[in-house]
Each structure stands twice: as structure tokens, then as C-alpha cells.
Design a protein around this ligand. Structure first.
Ligand code: ADP
Ligand code: MG
Length: 697
């Protein structure tokens, strides 16, 4: 019989319940202290935890363990070791020590390090993150870890994330203590990432080299129908998709991932999943796992799950919404305005800190979501613009205005909603509407950073948010710590911050040209593409921020900057080569074959009937042949330009060349190929069309 959900939930996780059952009381307490207060863990505690963890894992069918980490590839990495240890008499025991739990030594030489270590300096370490629970997947015990080099530099996405959480906790606690919250000892950031994805049939996927090599289609004419009927969003789930989602939920629940909401998205074949929020590092781990499990479960259902930001031209791509807030160890959500936000000075301090952070580090926020894939979405009227601004909504904006102008804020009564039919319930309207076009929107008791691409690790954007807000709070503390009249000084500080940074607040439609012009007038950044924004990483103001809070050292910044550039260049290089491959091996031969058929048909018809009219066939043949020549010429140009690109040694210069020249080459090819595709019979097409892929799952 199938397990009930509460039993199923977390059944493969070494969670609090299991710890309490399996660990000696003092050990449990020590571990809990580490998890709750981020204190250091002693080796004897680790040893005891290791024993319990191994027993639990073996009881649940595990034979191996792995240190699971998140290198700069953006994927996760794992190397499995079995628990077996040979003993006398040719037998084995299942063994696992505290040392093995705390520290691993994977070979670091084949992970991107951006020059942090040469290939011969292979040693790297993984260190257990006890604040993210271990779990079992496919017979292996997974231990979440951070990954660093022999010399202690971070080689992963998790280390700086944990550092940024520490920084925020430290600065927020200082400010809260100053404001009289003396029982606050730590502050956690929380994240709930909403994840969009596409499902297409495995059989179609297997026939498309572009999807296989690049995750997106490089060619393909639009289907007769797109998303214009707006009939897919929240639409009824098709049985095959519903079965997939059901399985996906169960797999995630077993891993203790609180998948909560699922629905169809705007584009055909597009869907979304949202979990209940969690502490940031756990949410990041869970999001990485969610993406993995989405792909794995898709296989079982004969699907492929596409997580690319723009798999299909002409319909929406996929993003990820990073819902973010801060909670104290005493359980206060610092972004909860309460019933009377205008009088909630603590809320206003934290709101002001976020406003200041986003205004001062909007460039880094833009940087944190930059990738070749996401460049297709930002500013394309389907996702927020590349300009970072924040949406506060009507009520908070009025509060902010009243502070700025020293006027009294009058709370507008919540309007009762009457839909006009007596049988329908009456309820109160929210005080603010939603704004889908804003990159960073206040949504009641949290901010929603909406610019993330669907395949991105959410670690990066949260590093920036945490660090930038930590910096605001650090400055606030310095300004207030010697105050003789805290009440009025806090109010003055909030007001000053609002006046200085209100340019970042924008409640209107972010998709319009007027906003682009207005944002320029306000002096806001508008970095349209990845190569445009990447250099902000190494700007002195940003280096100062990271080094002040101990998030990145200068060499870590340099290495990450290089990795980002390299990744952009490599992504476009692969795309260009894939397009060349498809053009020469599939599309041109397919076109040629069809034009031969046309030519033969013309000859045959003329032989059969004297004077027969074959004008339509001749016209088709002429167009197809002309397109063949154009495509060939454009293909030769792309090949030559790729050679040029390969010769550029400086990564930034190469990135700019790919952005300006290679992308333009690729879209010229696509234009002609897509116009040719619609002239060809389906069976002459070398791969499934958009219509085939998007409407039949
Ligand atoms: P909406 O539909 O407006 O986007 P939801 O209530 O559905 O809002 O929440 C969306 C996501 O935000 C969910 O993943 C949810 O868990 C997360 N979320 C809610 N509260 C918080 C919070 N305090 N911190 C971080 N994420 C949160
Ligand atoms: Mg949302």
C-alpha cells in the first residue's frame, strides 16, 4: 500500500526527527546548537553523528555516501564512496567516520576555477554543511558540502552564500539589538524559489541536436498557434503531465522538499512548481535537487524537462522567482509590515535598508542574473527589463511618500470586494495589486526578485541580496550607535535614505519605452547583455563591498569574473558550432533533396504532357534554390567568424565579439531557414517542428 503523505514526507532525509531518535541527547543538543546558531562543530560530535547517519542510511538501503557540492559549473557534483571496509577473514563491515563526514578530498583540477589554481594543483576539499540536511537518493547518502581549494579559496556557489548569510545575520542583529530587540541573536534569510520548465516528448528531443547540445532550439518556424489565446496559463493539466507532476511531487516530498504549488504556465508545454520557503542555503540545495529530480522523473514519463531560459523563439521562456525575506531567531519576519506599517519603525528601517541596497548595488543584482540564456528574456516583454528597479505597491509607496514629505499617512480602508452575484462570498481586497513587470517587487511580507533565469543556481542572486543589505545595515548601525535620541535619529535616517534612494522605486509598467527613457533620466543602470554587465564585478565599489564583508577575496572575484566570461563564450561557441552542424548536415541536404524532387517532378510532368503549366513548381524550386544559396553563404560567414572568435584570447573581447557578430550571424541564418521551413513538406524536414513539439504532449 502506498504511504500516506505525512509518512512519505522527508522519509529519505536525515531530518530533525531522525536525529532526535538516533542521536545521544548531548550530541543532538550540540548539533542543534550548530544548526541554529551557526556555531563550530567538534570532531567527537561529528563522529557520533556519522555513526547514526550511517546506521540510518544503511537501514534505508544506502550502500554509498557522497559529498554533494555545487561547483562553478552551476550543476551539482558528487563522487560516491561505499561504506564497506574490509576486515580480517575476507569480510566487510559498513563503516563511516566523523572525519569522512566533515571533510572530503575530491580532485579539484577539472572544475572551473578561473585561474585560482593550476591544473597540477589538484587538491580540493569539501566541508560538511550541517545546516542543510543529508538525504538518500538512489542508494547513496548525500551530504551537502561546501567546496574550496587547498589554499582555502571558495570554488563553489555555496561557500560565498554561507558567508553572505553570516554577514547579514551579524549586521541585522546589531541593528535589532540597538532598536531594543535584545533577545535577537541571529537573523536568517529565507527563500522560496518558483521554478518554471518545459516538458517535451523524448522522441522529439532525440531528433534535435540543438536541444541536445544547447538546451534551446536554434532553428524552427513558429507553429500556427502560439500563446496568443492565453489558454494554457492555469489551464487543465493534461493526463500525461498530471501524472508527471504527481510523481515529481512525491519524489520531492520524500527528499523533504516542500513542493506546494503546480500549474501550467503561459507558453504551451510550460509549467511551474513552487515550494514553501526555507532558510536560504537549504532552499538553494533544494532548488538544485528539484531541477535534477524534474529531469529524472521526466525520463520515466517519456518526457524531457527543458530548463533553458529560452527553449523556443516566439513564446515565453522560463524564469525563476526568488522570494526573499529575513527572519530572526525569535521568529519575526523583518519584512512583515504588520497592520500599521507607517508606525512600524523597525519594519521601516529594514525596508529602507533594502531600498538603499538595491539602489546602490543594482548593477550587481543585474550581474547576478546574467547568462547567455537569460539574455533572451530580460527586456523581451516576457520577463522584467534589464533595468533593476523596485515595486512597493500603493500602500507602501504612500507610506514612503508620507515619510519623505513629513505628512501624516492615512491608511486606506481595505475595500470589500463585491463581485455582484449574491451566492459568491464577499472578501477584502489586497491593499496592492501585483506587478508582473517589476524585477524586484514587494509582495506583502517579502520581496520577489523576478529576473532570474530558469536554469540558474539561486545562490548567486542571494549572495548579492544578503551582502548588499548587510552593507546598508552596517552603515545604519554606524550612524545610530552613538545616538542620544534614538527615536528621532532613526526616523531621520529612514527619511534621509528614502530621499537619497527613491529613484529606484517604480510602480509602473516596466515593459514600456517610456520607462527605459525615464530610468535613464533617473540615472539607473541598463545593462542589456551579459558581456555589458560582467565587468561591474571587478569595479572598485563592488570589490570593496565583497571584501569588507568577507564574501569574496580579490582573487576569488577575479576568478569568478573569468569563469562567467568563459562560460558565456563557451555557450555561444557551442551554439554556433551546433548551428553549423545542423545547417550543413541536416538542413541544407534536406533542402537539396526537396528541390531535386521538385526538379524531377517538373521534368516528368513536361515529358508526360506537352505544354503543361509547371509555373508553381518552378517558382517553388527557384525560391528554395535561392534560399539554399543564401543559407550556404551565411553558413560560410558564420564558420569564418567562429574561426576569428576562436583566435581572440582576451575573454572580454571574445565575449563582445560573440555578442555582436556571432549572434547576428546566427539570427540571419535562422531567418532564412525558418522562412524555408514553412515551404517544405513535413517529411522533408530533418527534425520535429515547433507544432510537433509543443502541442502533442
Ligand atoms: P505569490 O503567488 O504572490 O508569488 P505565494 O504566497 O504563492 O506568493 O509565494 C510564492 C513563494 O514565496 C512561495 O515559494 C513561498 O513559500 C515564498 N514565500 C512566502 N513567504 C516567504 C518568506 N517570508 N520568505 C521567503 N519566501 C517566502
Ligand atoms: Mg510569485
Amino acid at each position: 500500500m502506498e504511504k500516506k503523505i505525512p509518512e512519505l514526507y522527508g522519509s529519505l532525509v536525515f531530518n530533525d526527527k531522525v536525529m532526535r531518535e538516533k542521536l545521544p541527547k548531548d550530541i543532538y543538543k550540540a548539533l542543534r546548537k550548530t544548526i541554529n546558531n551557526n556555531t563550530h562543530l567538534e570532531l567527537d560530535v561529528a563522529n557520533a553523528v556519522a555513526v547514526a547517519m550511517k546506521e540510518w542510511a544503511v537501514d534505508n538501503g544506502a550502500t554509498h555516501f557522497t559529498h554533494w557540492f555545487q561547483p562553478m559549473t552551476g550543476c551539482t557534483a558528487e563522487k560516491h564512496d561505499s561504506f564497506i571496509t574490509p576486515v580480517d577473514g575476507g569480510e566487510v563491515i559498513m563503516d563511516f567516520s566523523g572525519k569522512e563526514l566533515i571533510k572530503g578530498e575530491p580532485d579539484a583540477s577539472s572544475f572551473p576555477s578561473g585561474g585560482l589554481r593550476a591544473t597540477f594543483e589538484a587538491r580540493g576539499y569539501t566541508a560538511w554543511d550541517p545546516t542543510s540536511p543529508a538525504f538518500i537518493k538512489d542508494g547513496t547518502l548525500y551530504i551537502p558540502t561546501a567546496f574550496c581549494s587547498y589554499t582555502g579559496e571558495a570554488l563553489d556557489k555555496k561557500t560565498p552564500l554561507l558567508r553572505s548569510m553570516d554577514a547579514l545575520s551579524k549586521e541585522a542583529t546589531k541593528v535589532l539589538n540597538l532598536l531594543g530587540q535584545s533577545d535577537v541573536t541571529s537573523v536568517k534569510t529565507t527563500v522560496g524559489p518558483e521554478q518554471e520548465y518545459f516538458l517535451i516528448d523524448k522522441k522529439d528531443y532525440a531528433k534535435r541536436k540543438d536541444l541536445i547540445f544547447t538546451g534551446r532550439t536554434l532553428l524552427g518556424a513558429a507553429a500556427p498557434k502560439g500563446q496568443e489565446m492565453e489558454d494554457h496559463y492555469f489551464g487543465v493539466l493534461r493526463p500525461r503531465v498530471a501524472a508527471y507532476m504527481h510523481d515529481l511531487d512525491e519524489e520531492l516530498w520524500k527528499l523533504g522538499i516542500p513542493a506546494k504549488t503546480k500549474h501550467n504556465e503561459v507558453a504551451p508545454s510550460q509549467h511551474e512548481l513552487a515550494p514553501v520557503f526555507d532558510t536560504t542555503n537549504v532552499a538553494v540545495d533544494h532548488n538544485q535537487l528539484t531541477m535534477e529530480v524534474m529531469k529524472k522523473v521526466a525520463e520515466k514519463h517519456g518526457f524531457v524537462c527543458l530548463l533553458h531560459e529560452k527553449p523556443f523563439e516566439g513564446i515565453n521562456g522560463s524564469g525563476k522567482h526568488n522570494n526573499w525575506s529575513m527572519t530572526t531567531n525569535t521568529g519575526m519576519n523583518l519584512l512583515d509590515p504588520g497592520k500599521t506599517p507607517a508606525e512600524n519603525i523597525q519594519f521601516l528601517v529594514f525596508l529602507a535598508a533594502v531600498i538603499k541596497a538595491v539602489d546602490e548595488y543594482a548593477d550587481l543584482m543585474r550581474l547576478s542574473v546574467a547568462s547567455a540564456g537569460n539574455d533572451h528574456r530580460l527586456g523581451a516583454n516576457e520577463a522584467p527589463p534589464a533595468i533593476i528597479s523596485m515595486f512597493l505597491g500603493d500602500e507602501l509607496s504612500q507610506v514612503v511618500e508620507s515619510i519623505e514629505n513629513d505628512t501624516l499617512f492615512k491608511k486606506s480602508e481595505r475595500e470589500a470586494m463585491d463581485i455582484g452575484a449574491t451566492v459568491l462570498p464577499h472578501f477584502f481586497k489586497d491593499t496592492t495589486d501585483r506587478n508582473r513587470t517589476s524585477p524586484f517587487a514587494f509582495t506583502g511580507n517579502k520581496f520577489e526578485f523576478r529576473s532570474l533565469g530558469s536554469s540558474l543556481s539561486v545562490a548567486g542572486p542571494n549572495v548579492i541580496l544578503n551582502t548588499a543589505v548587510a552593507e546598508s545595515l552596517s552603515q545604519f548601525y554606524d550612524e545610530l550607535k552613538d545616538s542620544k535620541d534614538l527615536d528621532s535619529d532613526v526616523k531621520a535616517l529612514v527619511k534621509k535614505t528614502i530621499v537619497e534612494h527613491k529613484r529606484i522605486i517604480f510602480n509602473g509598467d516596466g515593459y514600456t519605452d517610456e520607462w527605459v527613457a525615464e530610468a535613464e533620466k533617473r540615472g539607473l543602470y541598463n545593462y542589456k547583455t551579459t558581456p555589458d554587465v560582467l565587468p561591474v564585478f571587478i569595479e572598485p565599489k563592488n570589490v570593496a563591498l565583497f571584501t569588507k564583508h568577507g564574501i569574496f577575496t580579490e582573487s576569488e572575484i577575479d576568478s569568478r569574473y573569468e569563469i562567467l566570461l568563459e562560460n558565456y563564450v563557451k555557450t555561444l561557441h557551442i551554439e554556433a558550432k551546433t548551428l553549423i552542424d545542423m545547417l550543413y548536415h541536416e538542413f541544407l541536404p534536406g533542402t537539396l533533396k526537396y528541390s531535386d524532387t521538385l526538379a524531377q517532378s517538373i521534368i516528368l510532368k513536361k515529358q508526360a504532357v506537352e505544354g503543361i503549366c509547371v509555373k508553381a513548381l518552378e517558382d517553388s524550386l527557384k525560391t528554395i534554390s535561392a534560399n539554399y544559396s543564401k543559407l550556404y553563404e551565411l553558413g560560410e560567414k558564420l564558420k569564418a567568424d567562429v574561426l576569428t572568435a576562436e583566435g581572440i584570447e582576451d575573454y572580454l573581447k571574445a565575449a563582445i565579439y560573440y555578442k555582436d557578430t556571432i549572434i547576428a550571424d546566427m539570427s540571419s541564418i535562422r531567418e532564412v531557414a525558418d522562412a524555408t521551413e514553412v515551404l517544405m513538406p513535413s517529411d522533408a524536414l530533418p527534425y520535429p517542428s515547433y507544432a510537433d513539439m509543443l502541442f502533442y504532449v
